[in-house]
Design a protein around this ligand. Structure first.
Ligand code: MF3
Ligand code: CO
Length: 279
C-alpha cells in the first residue's frame, strides 16, 4: 500500500529528451498550421485534418487519437468551452470567437503536448486581456520550473500571475501533468495552491504546464459527449500549455520553436532575474 510514498517521476536521459524535443517541435508545427488555417467559416474538423497532415508529414503519431477512446487528433474548444472540445464538421468558426487548440505528438515513443488560444478575427478587449493573462500565467509557471524548486512553486506562480492580472477564474478541476513515455503521468500539476510543496524538480523531469482561465467563475461542467469541458456560468475561457523539461541550464520549453528563449527572457525582464537557456 505505498500510500505515503512520493510518486516516482520519470527521469529522461538526454537522448530521450531529444526525442521529446522532436515531438515538441511537431506539436509546435501542428499548432502553427491549425492557427493559420483557422478563420471565419472554417470548421473545427477542417483543423483536425490540418493537424493530421502535419503529423503524417513528420512521420509522428497523435498522443490524443484513441486516448481513452478520444476520437480526434486535436482538441478544439470554442468560447465558453475550456478544454477537450471534439473537432466537428458542424462547428464553423465565426469572427469574434475564441478558439483553444490543443495538440499532442509522439516521436519514437516520447510525447509532446501544447495548446494555444486564439481570437478568430477581432475579439473584444476583455477577451484579448483574458488570452494575455492566461499566456502570461503559463510563462510565469514555466519560469518557476527550475532546479531547486518544488512542484507547487510552479502551481503558485501560475495562480499568482493570474490573480495579479485581474479578476479571472482559475480552473481547478483540470490540471497540468508530468509527461514523457506517456502523455499524462503523475503527479498532476495544479494551477493553484501553496508553494514549496510536492516533489523537488530534478534534471530530466518533464511537465506539461497548462493554465485555464475564465472571464467569470472558475467552476466547470462536462458535456454529454463526456469530453468537452465548459464554464458553468457560460463565461469565455482560455487555455495555454507547453511541455517543459527541467535542465541544469533552466527550463527547456520543448514545444516552443526557440526552446522558450524569448518567453523566458521576457519573464526575467519583468522580474529582473537572471535567465535560462535557449534552444
Ligand atoms: N492536452 C490535453 C491535456 O493534457 C490532452 C487532451 S485529452 C485527449 O489535458 F483525450 F484529447 F487526448
Ligand atoms: Co496536457
Amino acid at each position: 500500500m505505498r500510500r505515503n510514498r512520493a510518486p516516482e517521476i520519470e527521469i529522461k536521459t538526454p537522448a530521450q529528451l531529444e526525442l521529446m524535443r522532436e515531438a515538441g517541435l511537431v506539436v509546435a508545427q501542428m499548432l502553427r498550421a491549425t492557427s493559420e488555417a483557422a478563420g471565419p467559416g472554417v470548421s473545427t474538423a477542417d483543423l483536425d485534418a490540418v493537424a493530421r497532415q502535419v503529423l503524417r508529414d513528420a512521420g509522428a503519431k497523435s498522443s490524443f487519437l484513441g486516448y481513452h477512446g478520444y476520437p480526434a487528433t486535436i482538441c478544439t474548444s470554442v468560447n465558453c468551452q475550456i478544454v477537450h472540445g471534439i473537432p466537428d464538421a458542424g462547428v464553423k468558426l465565426a469572427a469574434g470567437d475564441l478558439l483553444s487548440i490543443d495538440a499532442g505528438a509522439i516521436v519514437g515513443g516520447w510525447h509532446g503536448d501544447a495548446a494555444v488560444t486564439i481570437a478568430i478575427g477581432a475579439a473584444s478587449d476583455s477577451a484579448l486581456a483574458l488570452l494575455a493573462a492566461c499566456e502570461l500565467a503559463l510563462w510565469r509557471g514555466i519560469a518557476a520550473a527550475r532546479l531547486g524548486a518544488r512542484l507547487t512553486d510552479v502551481s503558485r506562480a501560475v495562480e499568482e500571475s493570474a490573480e495579479s492580472s485581474g479578476e479571472y477564474g482559475v480552473v481547478r478541476e483540470y490540471t497540468g501533468h508530468f509527461i514523457g513515455s506517456a502523455m499524462h503521468m503523475d503527479p498532476p500539476v495544479p494551477n493553484y495552491g501553496r508553494p514549496s510543496r510536492g516533489p523537488a524538480l530534478l534534471t530530466g523531469m518533464a511537465m506539461a504546464i497548462e493554465p485555464m482561465l475564465t472571464l467569470g467563475d472558475r467552476r466547470t461542467r462536462l458535456l454529454d459527449d463526456e469530453w468537452t469541458v465548459e464554464t458553468q456560468d457560460g463565461s469565455l475561457a482560455a487555455h495555454f500549455e507547453h511541455t517543459v523539461a527541467i535542465t541544469e541550464e533552466g527550463p527547456w520549453v520543448l514545444t516552443a520553436v526557440d526552446g522558450g528563449a524569448a518567453g523566458l527572457r521576457q519573464m526575467s525582464e519583468l522580474t529582473r532575474e537572471p535567465v535560462a537557456r535557449g534552444a
